[in-house]
Design a protein around this ligand. Sequence first.
Ligand SMILES: C[S@@+](CC[C@H](N)C(=O)[O-])C[C@H]1O[C@@H](n2cnc3c(N)ncnc32)[C@H](O)[C@@H]1O
Length: 413
Amino acid sequence: MKYKIERNTAYDFAGQSYASIYPNLHKYPATMLPQIGSKVLKDFNIATGVLLDPYCGSGSSFASGLECGITEMYGYDINPLAILISKAKFTKLSIDELHQTRQQLRNEIFEFLKDENNVNKLVIPSITNIYYWFSKEVINNLTIVKYCIDKIKNENIKYFFLISFSETVRECSYTRNSEFKLYRMKSEDILHFNPDVIGMYFKKLEESFFIYGRHYFPKLKNDISITLKNSVFKAKPNFYDVVLTSPPYGDSKTTVAYGQFSTLSNEWLGIKYARKIDAMLMGGTNNKGIYNKGILADYISQINEIDNKRALEVSAFYFDLGDSITQVANSIKKGGKAIYIVGNRTVKNVQLPTDQFIAEQFEANNCSHLLTYERAISNKAMPNRNSPSNIMGQTASTMLYEYIIVVEKRQVE
Ligand SMILES: C[S@@+](CC[C@H](N)C(=O)[O-])C[C@H]1O[C@@H](n2cnc3c(N)ncnc32)[C@H](O)[C@@H]1O
């Protein structure tokens, strides 16, 4: 395979952020700029058909799809918080019902607080090390808000109200908000930390109403169908016309800790396996040996010479990504396209050509590589410096560019 990368500055979107077109309802690590997805769909004249994002996170590819007129979309993610965020953004809700429910919720909470004895009836949820992450008062107030949200009967409306709850959990906990991983605030900061949980919750809800009403609701016409599943993607042969996704670029332990970022929220949302999510994500289990095929063989062998454990971790990720691409490729209709947006991480000073690996895997599964664009990363909501030693504060410059890989399913197998 002759592989060509083209630097394309039109995809840099310098100075633009996610918020400039589709503000997010909830923080999420490593979000993709919806502008990139929209541009690539437009450049390839894709405005119809069925779209898939097998690792959809907070759902930016659906924003791109909506911008281009695509009406039927499917998303998968193992992280329950990711699916909750995507559902809240891309489910059509009645604005009147949202307002009425907010008023009912206010009343419920008010009634609950009127009787002091009620607090004794609260069942504190089982959160790992709960008193390490939250003060007693915060725990009580979060429990009251959650208890009242759980009474909302319309499930979709309830999901929407849980988004602001999840943001409140994060901001009222002792986690350092600037970090994606779970780090506790300094002790001196904890002494002065006394958040008003209920006030913050309703403020966040207000902001969510505004964003949803202005940026999402108007685009969710009646013919739009976006189906979201909290699971790993499994092949559905010849079903999708286009795949648009930004996959993880390494395992969660050493790159972006999606599970860890979401742990406290997921636990408050009642997810029993919240602490295990990072191990369930791509590259989470590393018992598959050294990856020694194709373009990656030499690179991983270099890492293996320096550090066998790291080489095994890296290999596990590519085994999983390769298997997943086989499922995805099988699910694309003939002539359909897959667009993957990914960064190439560096491990032990070896930069891994993940973009070429993706193209190679699709080539091996009845797809032809059409092109790869290189774009400079500017405002992406992800660290472009990481901690190779996993020690906080020690960073190395990693990805300055991202790659947009476009492949097409062959007409003849
Ligand atoms: C780069 S993020 C996607 C971000 C998304 N484009 C957005 O804008 O929010 C990658 C996602 O892949 C998910 N993930 C990792 N391994 C997965 C797997 N095996 N199956 C499904 N999702 C997975 C992670 O939970 C994470 O949400």
